[in-house]
Design a protein around this ligand. Structure first.
Ligand code: KG4
Ligand code: ZN
Length: 340
């Protein structure tokens, strides 16, 4: 079954065709990074205008790369939220019009579920349930127990800034540009992660929730205290490495606590933009027992926002609830973080 996915929740206009939930036939992403680098972050109206310009060319390229006509597509899947409403609406309206005009079933997909399904892409084998997923992006941070397809329990959630947002804000404080995650992880390779002892925010004992806003403020306070010093490359590298280590220790530590609470779990998955971070992957690998399978997306293009993951999530929804899938005229974007 071939599903065409559409994703426009933030600053990437993306479309992809995925067969049977795992085989990626095309995966087109028009990134707006250069546009938003000028302002140091995403300006919603600018992002929405760019989606309008890119949506149709991206769809055409996506079909052509997959060697498909519209008549080959069994269903559409589109991100319904959470995200920037003005960006989401370009994707949901486009998908609704195609669904209505061409009479193709349409599946609205929650963005975070999309990230979860990024670990099915390019992997033909089914996962060994139950699994625990740590999903870490710019807008969200969750620990999720997944017992079967579309059977999710949220174990921990974001209380304030998500880890990716903290990476972006700290990069801005250090003058490293946008997006912050890749810039920090690159410069951190040359830094000493013990240089500054930034706080590890664990919250209440046993809590699996996350909070990174205090850490971001700690970096700002430290930089302000160094006002009379030149922020040399070496100092920036040390601050970046120390900050990254404080984030990674908490993320990997809470993942391990969750795993110890559910010993029946067979696989640990890492997903979302921050799953591209090598130090995080390394720290998790170091901590987990050898018999546990640890997976992260097979390609960097599946870590950050993409439409292949939305198509995959749509496929498994179709498999579980075929009776609920039909052509639709209106999908209303949602800003809620509810997992369904
Ligand atoms: O999943 P994503 O593309 O968008 C959201 O759903 O939010 O994640 C984007 C986030 C950004 O905050 C970016 O800085 C972060 O992922 N990111 C990274 C890395 N690559 C991207 N964070 C840490 N290390 C990286 N290598
Ligand atoms: Zn995302």
């Amino acid at each position: 079954m071939k599903i065409l996915g559409i994703e426009t929740s933030c600053d990437e206009t993306a479309a992809a065709v995925v067969e049977d939930g795992w085989k990626v036939l095309s995966n087109v992403i028009a990134s707006q990074i250069d546009l938003h680098a000028k302002t140091g972050g995403v300006v919603p109206e600018v992002a929405a205008r760019e989606h309008v310009l890119k949506m149709i060319p991206v769809l055409e390229e996506c079909l052509s790369d997959a060697g498909c006509e519209w008549s080959d597509i069994d269903a559409l899947a589109v991100t319904k939220g959470p995200g920037l409403i003005s960006s989401l609406i370009i994707g949901t309206e486009t998908a609704s019009v195609i669904s209505y005009v061409k009479n193709i079933p349409l599946i609205p997909v929650q963005h975070i579920l999309g990230h979860i399904y990024s670990n099915w892409l390019d992997r033909e084998e089914e996962v060994d349930f139950p699994i625990i997923i740590l999903t870490v992006s710019g807008g969200h941070n969750e620990l999720i127990l997944m017992r079967a397809h579309y059977n999710f329990e949220v174990l921990g959630d974001t209380r304030d800034d998500a880890a990716g947002e903290a990476f972006d804000k700290v990069a801005r404080i250090l003058g490293l540009g946008y997006p912050g995650g890749p810039a920090i992880s690159k410069i951190a390779e040359k830094g000493d992660s013990d240089a500054v002892d930034f706080p590890r925010i664990w919250l209440d004992k046993g809590s699996l929730d996350f909070s990174f806003s205090g850490l971001k403020t700690a970096v700002l306070t430290k930089v302000k205290s160094l006002e009379n010093f030149e922020l040399s490359e070496k100092l920036k590298a040390d601050l970046a490495a120390s900050f990254q280590e404080a984030v990674v220790e908490v993320l990997a530590g809470k993942l391990l606590i969750a795993f110890e609470r559910y010993p029946e779990v067979k696989e640990l998955h890492l997903a979302g933009g921050v799953s591209a971070n090598n130090r995080l992957r390394e720290a998790i690998t170091e901590k987990i027992p050898e018999h546990i399978k640890f997976k992260y997306p097979r390609s960097l293009r599946y870590c950050t926002d993409n439409a292949a993951m939305i198509a995959s999530a749509g496929f498994f929804f179709y498999k579980i609830h075929p009776d609920l899938v039909k052509p639709q005229r209106n999908i209303i974007p949602q800003s809620s973080f509810e997992i369904y």
